[in-house]
Each structure stands twice: as C-alpha cells, then as structure tokens.
Ligand binder design. Sequence first.
Ligand SMILES: Nc1ncnc2c1ncn2[C@@H]1O[C@H](COP(=O)(O)OP(=O)(O)O)[C@@H](O)[C@H]1O
Ligand SMILES: [Mg+2]
Length: 226
Amino acid sequence: MSIIVTANQKGGVGKTAIAVNLAHGLQRELGGKMLVVDADPGASAHKHFRRRQEGDPPYVLVGGAQPDIHARLPQLMQAGGFDHCIVDCPAGASNVTRSALRIADLVIVPVQPSFCDFDAAEELMPILHDISEVRNELQVMIVISRKLPGNNAYSKEAKAAAAEFFKMEGVSTIIADQEISNRAEMVRAYSDGKTVFEYGRRRGVSCNEFTNLTEEVAACLHAVTA
Ligand SMILES: Nc1ncnc2c1ncn2[C@@H]1O[C@H](COP(=O)(O)OP(=O)(O)O)[C@@H](O)[C@H]1O
Ligand SMILES: [Mg+2]
C-alpha cells in the first residue's frame, strides 16, 4: 500500500493538476487499484472532472478534507482493496494537510521556478522534518511545476536552485528530474475533465512529461515501500 500526498503552502502551483494526472499515470504504470482523495475543502480534484463528457474519472475519487485522515485512510484503503492513493491537499498547512503528511510515503511538493515559490514552500520543511524524525522512510520530492517556456535563467537553473534551497538535514528530499511545463494542453485537460493520458493520438508534450514523472515516482515508491 502506498500513499502519496501533494502539498504546498501556496495555491495555484499545480498540486491538483499533478495529483489528478499522476494518479492516472501511476494506475497505468503500476496496475492495482488507485484511490484519489480530494482533501481540499474547495473540492478542486472533483472540479477537474466536472466537465467530463464520457464515463467516470479513470480512478476512484472521494472527498476527504478531514483532520483525522491519517487514522481513516489506511482503513478506507484496506476496506476498498486499494493499492495506491494520492491525497490532494489544499494550500497551506492546515490540520488536514498535517494529518495527511503523517501517513505519506512520498510527499510531492510542486514549486514554480521562482524564489517567491521556493520561499512559500519552505514553510513546509520544518513540518516534514518533524514527521521524518518519527518516520524516517518519508521521501519528499520537489517537482518544478508550471515551468515557463523560453530560454530564461529561472527555468534553466530551477532544479539546481531547488536542490540547494530545499536541502535540510533529517529530511530525505529529491528533485524530480522531469519538470512539468505550463502548457495549453494542461488547460485543455481541465476544460475537458480528462487527464493528459486520455487523448489518444492527440496527446502531446504534457503526456510525455507525466509519463516520465510517473516512472520517477514509481521508482521512488518502490524504493520507499520495498
Ligand atoms: N502545467 C500546467 N500548465 C498549464 N496550466 C496549469 C498547469 N498546472 C496547473 N495549471 C492550471 O493552473 C491552475 C492552478 O492549478 P492547480 O493544480 O489547481 O493548483 P493548486 O492545486 O496548487 O492550487 C489551474 O487552472 C490549472 O488548470
Ligand atoms: Mg489544488
């Protein structure tokens, strides 16, 4: 059983976009039964699928903005026969997020390639540090999200800058090699209530990015939960 949590102090950085797309990628890659818990009181993961024309979302999606999710989720997963779960947290570090972080195997922190975003996400690190003290298998993955197009220094050096910035003794942090670009395809997927994997031959760069990110996350989970 593996639990991934997406979290960041800031809104609009791509937590939900990564959660809903990565969940589909992982379901395809790992097999088994995937659960997505929408822990945002604003129901953002549910809103992602609101305009979907055909069929249900590609995995089970439930609400779960509860401050005792750490106690409930393992039971819920066991009862439903789920193998993997992604919990999509709201912005901030409310009790709901703190509770979800307590049972995470992997915490994904999407950050836009800007020090403003790094500064905001930094506030999560002491929380992750405290959790790592009792759960030293916890893995944190920083994902550069909504990367701007063009050949600018911020984009080129984002991963190296993040590696330096988020280094903290006692917290196992890696920077995802694959970055997620800011692309119209992602906006299209939201408008269609689909994931980037559902476009057949019309799938594009975002699908490739999520395919690669899926592989990295799968490898990471394998190492953490082995
Ligand atoms: N890689 C991306 N490219 C383009 N738009 C994106 C991307 N990631 C997120 N968005 C859009 O940005 C907005 C905020 O993203 P969201 O995932 O909801 O952020 P968060 O969950 O961190 O608040 C949404 O409208 C979403 O569709
Ligand atoms: Mg969100």
